[in-house]
Design a protein around this ligand. Structure first.
Ligand code: NAI
Ligand code: MG
Length: 381
């Protein structure tokens, strides 16, 4: 009998709405094609429009209630008339922390038929094939700090933004990153740091990396990069990188660079994972609500489809079909690893044929790309 997964969609704002609808269409096509798993979708309107009407994104108890689902599919949140720190801190960050989604995984590669701004990748697109593992629960985004309240002495205003690094938090993200590297062809992990200038948290970060590395000696190769030098290496020697682990802030920035180097921010996926699998994980493209193109039917849905494929791959590891870090081993539940591969192949075939949105240099709209991917799923299967 087909396994049923309960998925909650939070489309959010702007193009988040269009691409979530497109992702649901693709996931529905995939379940029909395979017949070994089903999705039951609920949708929550936690948008900036609702925030303006009623003063909150998620209602009281709303984030707790997400725990009953198998996974969360998220579009994008944020709109020019609500300050961005409100949408981030009322929605995305509380979801990630409440649901223990401490690992954020961001794969990047150059899809067939698309062009990287790196001239070296024109001859060999496989040179850029990375997975960035982002620490998703603490570090620079822990929210500790404050501002002196005095407006009478505005000239002397002081604000602090304190980074929090805990042994437990660092150790678990490195273990997850090594396990991820083990699943990759090159089995190479690069740790990103700034321990030359930041002499407390980042020094602890480095020290724990080498402790965890001992457990993987001989199985995973590893090296260390300062974050500033890392940007240079990503541009100049993409083929020298494979799996990358970095703090919340560093990986946030590096993954946007990675997306741009692969051709467009519109294709890049992201998974917010609870590797313990106690709580649902959340899948979302890395781009935002793109107010500049919202409502025009031209948003690239590939990042949303890739995120959907990552969700299918993660769900394949349900029911005990995964290791201690939650990573799926073998075929998993309901042929879902094959289903995820099928969706990725369908995406690649469609971009190769030139059915692309404008950000990738094509002419097609969101709907045309979505329909093409749905049709291609049948061909690949
Ligand atoms: P953005 O990612 O929304 O847009 C940056 C640029 O990339 C824009 O020119 C946009 O048109 C283009 N772009 C993004 N996604 C695209 C797609 N799928 N297809 C074609 N072009 C695409 O980032 P921006 O402008 O900094 O932020 C806009 C709003 O989104 C803000 O309110 C921000 O806070 C929010 N945001 C939300 C995120 C989330 O929900 N996880 C992540 C990033 C931003
Ligand atoms: Mg970002």
């Amino acid at each position: 009998m087909a396994r049923t997964f309960n998925i909650v969609c939070i489309p959010g704002d702007g193009i988040g709405v269009d691409i979530t609808e497109a992702a649901v269409q693709v996931l529905t096509t995939l379940e029909k094609t395979f017949g070994t798993f089903n999705f039951k979708f609920d949708t929550l309107d936690w948008s900036s429009k609702k925030y303006r009407e009623r003063g909150y994104y998620a209602p009281e108890g709303g984030i707790e209630a997400l725990k009953k689902y198998d996974a969360i599919y998220f579009g994008a949140v944020g709109w020019p008339d609500v300050p961005d720190h409100i949408s981030l801190w009322q929605m995305i960050l509380p979801i990630r922390t409440t649901l223990n989604q401490y690992a954020n995984v961001r794969p990047t590669r150059i899809l067939p038929g698309t062009v990287s701004p790196l001239s070296g990748c024109a001859a060999d697109p496989s040179a850029l094939d990375w997975v960035i593992v982002r620490e998703n629960s603490e570090g620079e985004y822990s929210g500790h700090g404050g501002v002196t309240p005095s407006s009478a002495h505005a000239a002397h205003t002081v604000a602090t933004e304190v980074s929090i690094f805990t042994r437990a938090g660092i150790e678990r993200i490195f273990r997850f990153a090594f396990e991820t590297a083990l699943t990759r062809p090159r089995k190479l992990l690069t740790m990103v740091t700034k321990s030359n200038a930041q002499r407390h948290g980042m020094v602890l970060w480095d020290a724990i990396f080498y402790e965890v590395a001992k457990e993987y000696e001989g199985r995973v190769k590893y090296d260390k990069m300062l974050v500033d030098a890392m940007t240079v290496r990503m541009v100049m020697r993409p083929q020298s990188l494979d799996t990358i682990v970095a703090t919340n802030l560093h990986a946030d920035i590096l993954s946007d660079l990675a997306a741009a180097l692969s051709g467009s921010i519109g294709i890049a996926p992201s998974s917010n994972l609870d590797p313990t699998r106690e709580f649902p994980s959340m899948f979302e493209p890395i781009h935002g609500s793109a107010p500049d193109i919202a409502g025009q039917g031209i948003a690239n849905p590939i990042g949303a489809f890739w995120s959907a494929a990552e969700m299918v791959r993660w769900l394949a590891g349900a029911d005990g079909a995964s290791n201690s870090e939650g990573i799926v081993q073998g075929g998993g539940v309901g042929n879902m690893v094959q289903a995820a591969d099928c969706l990725m192949q369908a995406i690649a075939n469609v971009t190769e044929k030139g059915v692309k949105t404008r950000d990738l240099g094509g002419q097609s709209g969101t709907k045309a790309v979505t329909d093409a991917v749905c049709e291609e799923i049948g061909n690949v299967y």
